[in-house]
Design a protein around this ligand. Sequence first.
Ligand code: ATP
Ligand code: MG
Length: 206
Amino acid sequence: MKRRIGIMGGTFDPIHMGHLITAEMVRADAHLDEILFIPSARPPHKDGARAASAEDRLIMTEYAVAENPYFSVSDVELRRDGPSYTVDTIAQLRADLGDAELFFITGADAMNDLYLWHEPEQLLRSCRFIVATRQGVPLDEVLIAEKFTVEDRSHIEVLPTPHLEISSTVIRARIRAGLSIRHLVPRVVEEYIEKRGLYREYDKEL
Ligand code: ATP
Ligand code: MG
């Protein structure tokens, strides 16, 4: 049996319970063997300054996944120079991991934007996609049908997951406003943010 590996890419600025719960539900429901979290270096499709450094985001992600034996973190995108394209990351993982089956996990918001990513058709063909539904952002089936062929779309599977309206944007805003983020992120991440004074001064929110 081929190993089934879920890949959760993101800026993780910071990682939060929405990411972790979604990843765990997808792992269990789609019978994946493990989930690899891949913090992105310079997301080419997201403009604006990132609030925490790549190193801080990597450390927080490592802390957050430590308690789940099925979770691990890869720094492939942070080690690569230049813009990090998911299509290149999947190609590299494919080379590194042999004949494992790769499942890229996204929220509906990210899937709706997929046609704007680098080489989207090639990316769709290079692995399978699991779209975790996210409240407030329905999957735009009409748009996706317009942008991709039936064959390419067969690589996309929609998986209902618990709807948790938690985002890194909300967490950064709450920290700036001096409000609690307890239980929105793992305790170790909360402590790291406090210790490093992250997100307090950040006011360039998009
Ligand atoms: P930001 O608010 O800065 O955009 P974010 O919370 O959306 O951050 P990202 O790092 O951009 O987090 O997201 C990485 C991936 O996790 C994306 O595929 C996104 O759709 C998904 N995701 C983020 N938050 C949730 C959530 N609460 N439930 C399900 N999926 C989520
Ligand atoms: Mg986002």
